[in-house]
Design a protein. Structure first.
Length: 283
């Protein structure tokens, strides 16, 4: 069962809506944070925010008024079920484009259930959809149908990609495991090494596949330090896997730092969700 996240946040003078969702277990989290000084919390117009548990639909962010808030929640509950929707949505003094609420309700549709590891953002009149689908025809169809629901002032950017074979197995392997690091550095803990020890045989069997490893941190501390820490942690995971027989040429690494959060950084739970390693199989 896929999890979902809808985020609505301000974007300049306009409102922007963002929502993200994932397959049942899209990522492994890292248990240790950077120990840099805390920075003030701020709203972010990004799609990947809170990491819902499997089956949850988290709706969060800010909308212009209570009527819009209730309309968005009602649509999410209609599409995904009342019991699955988690309300984290607020109201702020924002200005929305004409009929913004109506278009948002149209975008929240059952079509999105075909996308995993997904995110969709609306900033002004620009809609960007990312995630993975089963084939190229599905990739084109989802965006085409979304475009027909919007008027001509909206632009839909298709960031969907066809999922590589084997990603589901990786997700399942990481479902209940944490790739854990020592606080503030890139040293794997014994538990982190054990998680990779169990993952390595699966990757070895995926002959011909390459992998992307991305490190992420929470929003505490300086961005530059967090970018460096996340990259170092991704490199540490690669180094360990290379030592277990995965060719170095098959693994690309990067560090996103705090730039792609899965949750707000104003709670310990949110920060823990943001500290993670993502491992993706690529064609």
């Amino acid at each position: 069962m896929r999890s979902w996240h809808f985020l609505l946040v301000p974007a300049g003078a306009l409102v922007a809506a963002t929502m993200a969702w994932a397959a049942t277990s899209p990522r492994a989290t890292t248990a240790a944070a950077a120990t840099a000084p805390a920075a003030p919390a701020s709203a972010s117009v990004r799609a990947a925010v809170s990491s819902p548990v499997p089956g949850q639909v988290v709706v969060s962010g800010t909308v212009p008024d209570e009527a819009t808030r209730q309309a968005v929640l009602a649509r999410a509950r209609e599409v995904f079920g009342v019991d699955r929707v988690v309300d984290q949505l607020g109201v702020g003094n924002l200005v929305a484009p004409p009929n913004w609420t109506g278009y948002l309700q149209k975008i929240i549709s059952a079509d999105l259930k075909q996308v995993s590891h997904g995110q969709i953002s609306i900033s002004g009149n620009v809609v960007e959809l990312k995630g993975e689908v089963g084939n190229e025809a599905q990739r084109q169809q989802i965006v085409s149908e979304m475009s027909t629901k919007l008027n001509t002032t909206y632009t839909v950017r298709n960031g969907l990609r066809v999922a590589a074979a084997g990603q589901e197995q990786i997700d399942l392997a990481l479902a209940s495991r944490t790739i854990e690091f020592e606080p503030g550095n890139s040293s794997l803990t014994p538990a982190g090494r054990q998680s990779l020890e169990l993952l390595a045989p699966l990757l070895q069997r995926m002959a011909g596949r390459s992998f992307e490893i991305t490190g992420h941190t929470d929003g505490l501390g300086s961005r530059s330090q967090n970018i460096a820490l996340s990259a170092a942690r991704a490199d540490a995971v690669k180094l360990y896997l290379v030592g277990r027989g995965i060719g170095a040429e098959r693994i690309a690494t990067s560090g996103a730092g705090p730039d792609r959060p899965l949750a707000g950084n104003d709670s310990a739970d949110g920060r823990a969700r943001n500290r993670r390693i993502e491992l993706r199989a690529v064609q």
